[in-house]
Design a binder for this molecule. Structure first.
Ligand SMILES: *[C@@H]1O[C@H](CO)[C@@H](O)[C@H](O)[C@H]1NC(C)=O
Ligand SMILES: *[C@@H]1O[C@H](CO)[C@@H](O)[C@H](O)[C@H]1NC(C)=O
Ligand SMILES: *[C@@H]1O[C@H](CO)[C@@H](O)[C@H](O)[C@H]1NC(C)=O
Ligand SMILES: *[C@@H]1O[C@H](CO)[C@@H](O)[C@H](O)[C@H]1NC(C)=O
Ligand SMILES: *[C@@H]1O[C@H](CO)[C@@H](O)[C@H](O)[C@H]1NC(C)=O
Length: 192
């Protein structure tokens, strides 16, 4: 009788101890994973080319000035501190009505006092084919008067998880009278 009670107590304690360790195990902060367990196979390099429509004028503007900074003599020419919010169309060709492949959602701000240098913070949200719903995140400097501007691709989602790379921007057209611009983007991206 006594031994069977002590046996039961031992069993109960063992179960409690085991469940305690299992709980601790499930609460572990970090663990090592194989790449395959996330479905990551071989990393590949892709090139994407599209046109970015910065439409600042008219009833269908997609780039809206949301902050107009206080001007000083030094910042009058560069609009230092101004911020625009964008939801710009990305199209396969330079024409506005060309096929939509995505949108550039985010903002840009004039971050340079002495020249036209923008800080771009945006997500390319693709709608094209298998990339529909996947995004690339771009954060970088855009000295808009330069022929070629390079911005880092710092990550992404969907098919672009773990993405990294860079995007080159070249102004295709700039309408001096209304401020609308079409910019060619070439993005070179490592992803899985
Ligand atoms: C993960 O792997 C590294 C290197 O193999 C090892 O040093 C580390 O202890 C492991 N971490 C965990 C949580 O298992
Ligand atoms: C603005 O968008 C509307 C709806 O898509 C369209 O009917 C109109 O022609 C556009 N206006 C301009 C100036 O592009
Ligand atoms: C800004 O420029 C104007 C005209 O050149 C000048 O009169 C004024 O003193 C300047 N202000 C400052 C704060 O430098
Ligand atoms: C992209 O995905 C959305 C939502 O999943 C769907 O409504 C839309 O039709 C898709 N677009 C294309 C071009 O496949
Ligand atoms: C530039 O903007 C003006 C004013 O909105 C417009 O009349 C003109 O057609 C535009 N030029 C081009 C090449 O789109």
């Amino acid at each position: 009788m006594a031994t069977s009670v002590s046996k039961s107590i031992t069993v109960i304690f063992s179960v409690l101890l085991l469940s305690f360790f299992l709980t601790v195990e499930s609460q572990k902060f970090s663990r090592n994973l194989s790449q395959r367990s996330l479905g990551l196979r071989k990393e590949k390099l892709s090139h994407f080319r599209f046109y970015f429509h910065d439409i600042v004028s008219g009833p269908n503007a997609t780039a809206i000035r949301i902050v107009e900074a206080t001007r000083t003599n030094r910042t009058a020419a560069t609009g230092f501190g101004d911020i625009s919010m964008i939801d710009n169309p990305l199209t396969i060709g330079p024409e506005r009505n060309s096929r939509l492949v995505g949108r550039a959602q985010g903002m840009y701000t004039s971050a340079s006092i002495n020249e036209m240098g923008l800080l771009m913070v945006m997500n390319y949200v693709f709608v094209e084919g298998k990339y529909n719903g996947s995004t690339l995140c771009i954060v970088g400097r855009n000295p808009v008067m330069s022929t070629v501007r390079e911005m880092p691709v710092i990550g992404g989602s969907g098919l672009f998880r773990f993405a990294r790379g860079y995007a080159e921007a070249r102004t295709h057209t700039f309408n001096m009278s209304n401020g609308d611009a079409v910019v060619e983007f070439n993005a070179y991206v490592f992803h899985y």
